[in-house]
Write a protein that binds this ligand. Structure first.
Ligand SMILES: [Zn+2]
Length: 639
């Protein structure tokens, strides 16, 4: 797909003489189908033998080798079971052992070896190269399964697929250098490097630091890969929120995944007993685990640097003083800083919900929640609190991931992400008994992350609206779709291309232009637009979500992108937009989440970003701005 999109853009750029007045676009096919569409059929859930194992227990570092076991630094986690070849090589990940430094040189790891099956894998130690392979395999698999659980389908990779056989993500845990990364050509890479002369934290001077031993770094990079598979245009930084979202979202997944390990949270609560104040239960743990950066320094090099800025002020009802006010959203901010505003907003909502749920537990235990810090907590209470925190973390993770299906396909803004979370969760969990959505709206508003065109910060105003006139796409009704056994699994590539064609024809039909806002051939181009590439169907996927009341909800999510060239007073650049279309099992369009090409505010914002916080991602030659490749590499290099 990457190649195809580039080709379209290049064609746009080469157009010899661009008409200066709005004229009809050349008559070409109104839409194209991305090679990505068919990739969804390439992934197959590992078939389990009846009565066979469901999980493979493996031991991992829950943060990195620096956190002691006493604090919950090591945990045995349940990785979904699949038959593995040496590598490990499974259905989704291909983990390579080459490139290791001399002391860590390792054979490919055989996790199906009976000894390792009996001992929950190798014991965690940085000195054994084979353990590094186990660590990346386990955390990559856990991150993937969080997405699969939330969306109810396999997630296709955004990397090029081989002509036949499974489409796996390449993972290299031994790459010289300080950075870890994800790229479409390289897959996941984890660097190792020698620590400086001065020891920092747990490292010894001149000792080896391996990013492949950091839970959060692995979860963060795997999330980049999964997000790229779900939304290819999120690698096109058209406004500062786009790269900020990639970073912030990757940090959120790592953070919440960590909090889902109940026994890890339990050990951390036990350890910090006595200092537990009413307001700082989770924030203390977050700080203990190094999520909060110190006021002066940066986070430990090994940690992903989730910056939970101002966490001390989170779970108090008092209005924050100026000093403790959370960092406010500002589109002129550098993408990492902007990403941590998002992390901090979602984390605050998480803390609020956990506090609500735990108050009840404290009262049952006869403890005034206001004086928790002074009271000793019983074992049973610690266990119950840890379980609540871990359940809420799991639900927050689901909300964050499910919202991706409800995001516009390109040029996403953080305010739109909030709308996506509120709508997706509202579709599932109608009552919102514990106020997840209310907590999210409140903490986003506290940071001035507010969507455009929304008058009130209320749930009904925040939800995406259904099309004004009912629309039905009969070819996409579930009775007309072909599956391979179950709706999470499409029949084959041809069936997916048929569905993509049905969607492409419908959304580019001029009769429905008001609902999808694509520029179809023969349309008058919007003012200021000089060229429009054909709309591109990027994906058609079924989502299957289990509601808390037991309902199973099915929807079909289609993603259509388009690029248009703008001429703004002689300066030219491409805008990326399109629509996400959510269709119910009867073929009715429930939502069309679009980005308009005629919005002047979008153009002004993009121009400001290209010359401001996104300078490193864009290049101007002559009159035309163009996007530089490798968004994540540029982003991580700037860290
Ligand atoms: Zn990143």
């Amino acid at each position: 797909m990457a190649r195809k999109a580039v080709r379209t853009t290049a064609k746009t750029a080469k157009t010899p003489k661009t008409p200066t007045t709005a004229t009809a676009a050349p008559a070409v096919q109104p839409y194209e189908i991305s090679a990505r569409v068919a990739l969804q059929a390439r992934l197959r859930s590992p078939r389990r033998e009846p009565g066979g194992p469901v999980h493979r227990p493996l031991r991992i570092y829950t943060l990195d080798p620096s956190v002691s076991d006493r604090l919950g630094g090591i945990a045995t986690v349940n990785v979904p079971y699949e038959k593995l070849e040496k590598g490990p090589l499974g259905a989704l990940f291909d983990i390579r052992s080459d490139g290791a430094p001399r002391d860590l040189r390792a054979e490919a790891l055989d996790l199906d070896d009976p000894h390792l099956l009996l001992s929950s894998g190798l014991s965690p130690t940085p000195a054994n190269g084979r353990f590094h392979l186990q660590m990346v395999y386990a955390v990559c698999s856990l991150t993937y399964s969080a997405f699969k659980r939330a969306l109810g389908r396999e997630i296709a990779w955004g990397t090029p697929a081989p002509d036949e056989g499974p489409h796996r993500l390449l993972v290299r845990p031994f790459v010289p250098g300080a950075n870890a990364g994800y790229g479409r050509e390289t897959g996941l890479t984890f660097g190792f490097f020698k620590a400086g002369k001065r020891a920092a934290g747990f490292t010894i001077p001149g000792g080896l630091i391996c990013t492949a031993l950091s839970h959060d770094v692995i979860a963060h990079e795997t999330t980049h890969a999964l997000l790229d598979g779900l939304r290819s245009s999120f690698m096109e930084p058209t406004n500062a929120d786009v790269p900020a979202f990639h970073e912030g979202f990757a940090d959120l997944v790592a953070l919440f995944l960590h909090f889902t390990y109940a026994d890890v949270v339990e050990r951390a609560i036990r350890e910090s007993r006595g200092t537990l104040g009413r307001g700082s239960l989770l924030t203390d743990i977050a700080r203990e685990f190094g999520y909060a950066r110190s006021k002066t320094g940066t986070a430990d090099a090994l940690r992903s640097g989730v910056d939970v800025a101002g966490i001390a002020a989170f779970d108090s009802d008092a209005l924050p003083s100026k000093e403790h006010a959370p960092t406010q959203y500002d589109p002129a901010m550098e993408p990492h800083a902007l990403g941590s505003v998002l992390v901090s907003a979602v984390f605050e909502a998480f803390v609020t919900v956990v506090r609500r749920k735990c108050e009840r537990l404290f009262r049952i235990a006869g403890i005034d929640p206001g004086v928790v810090g002074q009271a000793a907590l019983s074992d049973a209470l610690v266990k119950a609190i840890a379980q609540e925190a871990s359940d809420v973390a799991g639900q927050m993770l689901n909300i964050c991931i499910r919202a991706i299906d409800y995001c516009p396909p390109a040029d996403m803004e953080l305010g739109e992400y909030l709308r996506a979370m509120i709508t997706a969760d509202g579709d599932m969990e109608r009552s919102d008994k514990w106020g997840f959505r209310e907590a999210l709206m409140r903490s986003f508003r506290r940071r001035q992350i507010v969507p455009d065109h929304v008058q009130f910060m209320t749930e009904d105003a925040m939800r995406w609206q259904s099309p004004r006139t009912p629309l039905n796409i009969p070819d996409l009704a579930f009775r007309n779709l072909k599956f391979d056994g179950e709706p999470g699994q499409p029949a084959d590539a041809d069936e997916l291309r048929r569905q993509a064609a049905a969607l492409g024809a419908f959304v580019t039909n001029r009769k429905y232009a008001d609902s999808f806002h694509l520029v179809a051939p023969g349309d008058r181009l919007p003012k200021g637009i000089v060229q429009a590439s054909p709309a591109m169907v990027q994906s058609v996927r079924v989502t299957r979500r289990a509601a808390p009341d037991g309902r199973i909800m099915f929807d079909l999510v289609g993603e259509v992108t388009q690029a248009c060239t703008v001429d703004r007073g002689g300066t030219m650049f491409d805008m990326h937009g399109g629509c996400t279309v959510i269709v119910d099992p009867e073929g009715n369009v429930r939502y069309s989440i679009y980005k308009r090409f005629d919005a002047e505010t979008r153009r002004a914002r993009q121009l400001a970003a290209m010359t401001g916080p996104l300078k490193a991602f864009w290049k101007k030659s002559g009159r035309k701005w163009s996007l530089q490749p490798g968004m994540l590499a540029r982003l991580h290099a700037a860290r």
